[in-house]
Design a protein around this ligand. Structure first.
Ligand SMILES: [Zn+2]
Length: 251
């Protein structure tokens, strides 16, 4: 096992009681890495490890349910833990300025995040290296710039759809992944807004087209999970599970 994924939160933008929005902890040989940091994730993270021990945080896009808990995380780093080597924060292109504009009316400190995290914007055309991880990016179909991730390390690969509407070319990007963590925000129905989220059936179709080894469905409220998983199973014959909070998958 060279890579493990622990689900911290997998709810849609309005989390249920005791649940969190999107956030996943990757346990890697080079240290723990957090992928997305939505509402409720910082508290879930603290239940698992001291957050300053994270090597890096990667944000897929700037919808609040994927980054809102960077705010309590920032306060913790600035006023609580004050680590000598803070986690690196990897944001989509242009995000540093956007976050600054969001924060400025309540805190004019131009280095609100940069003083707490070591902050970078990733290059979606390039490869981001974090320890032994090699991470590549693919822009998805979503109302704001959003990037799916392919995380590779020796002998293991994890694909994460981030948020996306239907895009058959995403199957090429996730091709052959050991684990495909895919959103199924529309659950059982394929609703009209195809440029926003996938249904369970569409997630299953992508998994089949990409020939992945295993499918894990996220961005799903827990009561919707069983029917969403059933829809995906009709399209994809490999193992399908709901990314239940607390679930750990070794890759
Ligand atoms: Zn989104």
């Amino acid at each position: 096992v060279t890579l493990a994924l622990r689900v911290l939160g997998s709810e849609p933008a309005w989390p249920s009681a005791g649940r969190a929005c999107t956030g996943f902890l990757l346990e890697t040989p080079g240290g723990p890495v957090l992928v997305d940091c939505g509402t409720g994730i910082f508290e879930r993270l603290r239940a698992v490890l001291p957050p300053e021990r994270l090597r890096a945080v990667i944000i897929s896009h700037l919808h609040f349910d994927h980054w809102a808990d960077l705010i309590p995380f920032r306060y913790y780093l600035s006023f609580g833990a004050r680590p000598e080597r803070p986690p690196t924060l990897h944001l989509p292109p242009g995000a540093v300025e956007v976050l600054q504009r969001v924060i400025e009316p309540v805190d004019p400190d131009p280095r609100f995040f940069a003083d707490a995290f070591e902050t970078f914007e990733y290059d979606p055309e390039g490869t981001l290296e974090i320890g032994s991880l090699e991470i590549s990016f693919r822009k998805t179909v979503h109302p704001v710039d959003t990037y799916a991730l392919m995380v590779r390390t020796s002998g293991a690969s994890l694909a994460y759809s981030a948020d996306t509407g239907w895009d058959p070319s995403l199957a090429d990007f996730v091709c052959g992944a050991d684990l495909f963590l895919c959103e199924a925000g529309w659950g059982a129905d394929g609703r009209a807004a195809g440029d926003m989220h996938l249904s369970g059936a569409e997630a299953g179709r992508l998994a089949r087209m990409g020939g992945v080894e295993r499918l894990l469905l996220t961005h799903v409220a827990e009561p919707e999970a069983p029917v969403t998983v059933r829809c995906a199973r009709r399209e994809y014959r490999g193992p399908v599970d709901y990314a239940a909070p607390g679930l750990t998958v070794r890759i």
